[in-house]
Design a protein around this ligand. Structure first.
Ligand code: URA
Length: 425
């Protein structure tokens, strides 16, 4: 049967709901081998899927595990997801900010993957912060303080866990139906009413062109419509790292600075924009009114108080964040404008420093990373600091890091931070 399914997809024919369900269920049960599933995934990557097939795939994945019922939590439950980027600590700021505006955030997050970071690894750089808890405690915490950030429980879409690991090592990550069904099965299983997806586009993102980002956004919304969930996608720039910090503890510190109202300009702008979209959808009020509410809660300290409340509820010690002891200042070799900072390369270097995993079993070093002193558009003098590196030993790749920067006499047109908001298909 699996061979016929592979042949059918190879020949660009539409798979039936039963065939898709069979492939997923039997793979999870161990009756379909990795090499057969890889072959099917590659056929999907090359030949695509119709909307009906994509929904059937999402449904088969969703039904492989638990679906969380958040209905006993009072208020509107919201969730946010990013398709992944470098220095993307948006959730750490946005979640407490929108919770401080009265929204309920019951969020299950992931760990770092490839060159991109993960919220759970970042939170674990706070001493004793508990990222695992049972459902009852999770739901109680959201009900009481409006916010909990935990790692995905074992039984949320187990099919995605198994298939994602396979995609990661078989060159089959980059497929719109596969990405969309992977994201949406997890979001639907997590039970929120309103879902905001930050679709990253650029060198440091999974999706490299605006055209593919738009197609992915429409597919995510189409799946959301099927499940009666309100899904909004915001397509945002990931050509350079977001904010200045890359690395777990460093990103938590930058998030706290942002929650106190003095974070980097791009991170602050993105967090406020995404928060305003969530607030406006949840409260059914205009975007501008929501933006004012979010800005005022960031500036008056309410968002930071909410973050502290969450850290306390999850046993973390906010005064104890892991940071490496050696700090190396890297200077520019030339004078000029910073024209580009390659997010993908910087992400890979941070990973090699220990901020991410090279294999699934690796332990992360929460204290290492990079802090940019200059961003795209800034002017830098020869011998002026471009960035700082936080390391355990001093054996580092300064030239590799300098190669991530393009410095030139003129700047040209800068790309926007926020490209487009997609709400309808
Ligand atoms: N994020 C996910 O959860 N799944 C994908 O396939 C890609 C990004």
């Amino acid at each position: 049967m699996i061979l016929q399914i592979i042949e059918k997809k190879k020949n660009k024919q539409e798979l039936t709901k039963d065939e898709i369900k069979y492939a997923i269920d039997e793979y999870i049960a161990g009756n379909i081998e990795d090499y057969q599933m890889s072959s099917l995934l590659m056929a999907i990557l090359l030949n695509g899927m119709t909307d009906k097939e994509t929904i059937d795939l999402t449904d088969a994945m969703l039904c492989s595990g638990d679906i969380i019922d958040l209905s006993i939590i009072k208020g509107i439950k919201v969730d946010k997801h990013s398709t992944g980027g470098v220095g993307d600590k948006t959730t750490l700021v946005l979640a407490p900010l929108v919770a401080s505006c009265g929204l309920k955030v019951a969020k299950m997050s992931g760990r770092s993957l490839g060159h991109t970071g993960g919220t759970i690894d970042k939170l674990e750089s706070i001493a004793n912060f508990q990222t695992e808890m049972n459902m009852e405690r999770f739901i109680n915490q959201v009900d009481q303080i409006g916010l909990a950030l935990i790692s995905q429980t074992q039984n949320i879409v187990p099919a995605d866990k198994k298939i994602y690991s396979l995609r990661d090592v078989t060159g089959t990550v980059n497929s719109i139906p596969l990405i969309a069904s992977s994201i949406m099965s997890k979001k639907i299983a997590s039970g929120a009413d309103i879902i905001l997806i930050d679709v990253k586009v650029g060198t440091g993102a999974l999706v490299k062109t605006l055209e593919s980002a738009l197609k992915l956004s429409k597919t995510l919304i189409m799946i959301g419509n099927y499940y009666n969930k309100k899904v909004k996608c915001v397509i945002t720039n990931m050509d350079q790292p977001l904010g200045c910090a890359i690395g777990n503890g460093l990103e938590v510190i930058e998030s706290i600075d942002t929650l106190k109202g003095h974070g980097p300009k791009d991170l602050t702008e993105l967090v406020l924009n995404l928060s305003a979209h969530l607030i406006s959808s949840a409260k059914n009020i205009p975007f501008e009114t929501s933006l004012k509410e979010a800005t005022s809660n960031l500036n008056n300290g309410n968002a930071y108080l909410k973050f502290k409340e969450m850290v306390k509820a999850q046993n973390g010690d906010i005064n104890n964040i892991d940071l490496a002891e050696n700090v190396i200042s890297v200077k520019s070799k030339t004078t000029g404008f910073v024209k580009q900072i390659d997010a993908l390369k910087i992400g890979e270097i941070a990973k090699k420093l220990g901020a991410g995993r090279l294999t699934k079993k690796d332990k992360i070093d929460h204290g290492v990373g990079i802090v940019l002193s200059k961003k795209v558009g800034d002017y830098v003098l020869q011998d002026e600091e471009l960035l700082k590196i936080y390391v355990r030993n001093k054996d580092i790749m300064v030239n590799d890091i300098l190669d991530c920067f393009e410095i030139s006499e003129s700047l040209g047109n800068l790309k926007p931070l926020i490209y487009e908001v997609v709400e309808k298909i």
